[in-house]
Design a protein around this ligand. Structure first.
Ligand code: HEM
Length: 440
């Protein structure tokens, strides 16, 4: 029997009660930005594939249609997915900065590549990322890092979770992948924020110029490490990208730089929001923490249900190569599609009472789309899932009676297409540190 949480509407941090919103469709209104699920539901039932003139985009909201596009890369190109290159094009000063790049000609790999080229990038990146091996090496470290971070605030009975936990953890994983010391974390985070802001397309000239400077810095950081590994081979992510097996076409430096920038941003922003969304869910769902304390084996189910309900990346983009017919809705060639995971993951065709949190939902029958599907499906999903499970195990055990702060309400991330928090203040019953405090 499924077991819905008592605070259903609150579980997503969204006042949407499940009934269709009676307003004209806009994804950019403040209401839709803070809680898009009412608009999605309306679109699924009335216009599942709809042209939005204010964004010059076709939004695709039903599960079947989103899945169809993702699984037919020969009909839908990923090449013009959001990319900071698009933002730079509007600002000549940013383009002039990028012209100084040592990683030229610029390459578009993985998420920004189509078949047949994508296969080569994906095979190489997957082999270099070696999720099983990375997890084996990183897991003990991850547990220690989570404990150290929780030690930093557990005695006080309160914390701002985004800064105290959600940001440092994914950054530690990225630092591990690039094999740099924790001193690099703030630099890596700064670069990632800057790239993400530029590719979100919602920033002005100043931010785009900063992103261009940061791009050069990041490229040089990677290029210097490539040069070191060419001199002295190392068996790490970058080393494995360089050392390809005999007979395979070697990646160029700009291709390696582009793959690394996708690992940086991919490994960072979405994971931060995934962790915050999970902790929000626990803090706002009555009885959930106790249930998980009694049976921690259910934590992976919690992670999947949170990813289904609140995919940190709400949408990805594709371009039609030909005219497409979605059940009578004709979409011309070269149209931009927004594949809405946030909506597809609640599609009533597949998810009974899909607007509600249900820890016992059977996710095996219809796997949510939070990590995409098909050739571009997230390369880091095994890492992200483990990161989530380890973190929540510790949160459940070490922060009893977790709840939202009474005086500081959560603030949503202001970016369109991203579901997460800018700040998330919580309270809990104070607990002792695990390790002695440094400098005591
Ligand atoms: C909760 C965390 C994460 C979420 C929600 C997420 C989501 C996604 C999605 C939806 C895609 C598909 C993009 C598309 O179809 O165009 C994707 C691709 C990708 N992700 Fe993730 N991701 C997460 C974590 C990570 C991590 C930790 C890494 C690496 C360390 C990573 C690296 C990548 C890469 C390299 C791709 C491109 C794959 C390709 O095009 O072949 N992601 N991710």
């Amino acid at each position: 029997m499924s077991e819905a949480a008592p605070q259903k509407a609150q579980a997503s941090g969204c006042p949407f009660s499940g009934s269709a919103a009676a307003e004209p469709v806009s994804l950019l209104s403040p209401r839709a930005m803070s809680c898009p699920y009412g608009v999605y539901k309306q679109l699924r039932s009335e216009e599942p594939v709809k042209y939005l003139p204010d964004q010059n985009i076709w939004i695709v909201t039903r599960y079947d249609d989103v899945e169809y596009v993702l699984e037919n890369p020969e009909r839908f190109s990923a090449k013009e997915s959001p990319s900071s290159t698009n933002a730079y094009r509007a600002f000549p000063e940013a383009l002039a900065i990028l012209a100084q790049s040592r990683a030229v000609p610029r390459a578009r790999t993985l998420m920004l590549a189509d078949l047949p080229h994508h296969t080569r990038y994906r095979t190489t990146a997957q082999r270099a990322l070696a999720p099983a091996r990375t997890l084996k090496e990183f897991s003990p470290k991850l547990r220690t890092i989570v404990d150290e971070l929780i030690d930093g605030f557990c005695e006080s009975g309160r914390a701002e979770i985004v800064g105290a936990l959600s940001i440092p953890l994914p950054m530690a994983l990225v630092a591990h992948i690039f094999q740099v010391s924790p001193d690099w974390i703030s630099k890596l985070k700064g670069w990632s924020d800057s790239f993400f802001a530029a590719l979100s397309g919602s920033v002005g000239e100043k931010e785009v110029i900063k992103a261009a400077h940061d791009t050069l810095e990041f490229e040089n950081f990677i290029l210097d490490r490539i040069a070191e590994r060419r001199q002295t081979p190392v068996d790490d992510f970058l080393g494995r990208l360089i050392a390809q097996p005999e007979g395979e076409e070697k990646l160029t430096d700009p291709e390696i730089v582009n793959i690394c920038s996708q690992i940086l941003v991919g490994g960072n922003e979405s994971s931060i929001n995934m962790l915050s969304n999970l902790i929000y869910l626990i803090a706002t769902t009555e009885g959930l923490q106790q249930k998980l304390q009694a049976d921690p084996a259910r934590i992976p189910a919690l992670v999947e249900e949170s990813l289904r309900m609140e995919p940190p990346l709400q949408a990805m983009y594709r371009i039609t190569r030909h005219e497409e017919d979605f059940n009578g809705v004709k979409v011309p060639p070269n149209s931009k599609l927004m594949l809405n995971f946030g909506s597809a993951n609640r599609d009533e065709t597949y998810y009974q009472d899909g607007e509600s949190f249900d820890l016992d939902r059977d996710n095996r029958e219809t796997i949510h789309l939070a990590f995409g599907r098909g050739i571009h499906a997230c390369a880091g999903q095994a890492l992200a899932r483990k990161e989530a499970v380890f973190t929540i195990e510790k949160v459940i055990a070490r922060l009893p009676n977790l709840r939202l702060s009474t005086d500081l309400p959560p603030e949503r991330a202001p970016l369109f297409g991203v579901r997460g928090f800018r700040t998330l203040n919580v309270e809990f019953d104070p607990t002792p540190r695990m390790a002695p405090a440094v400098n005591q």
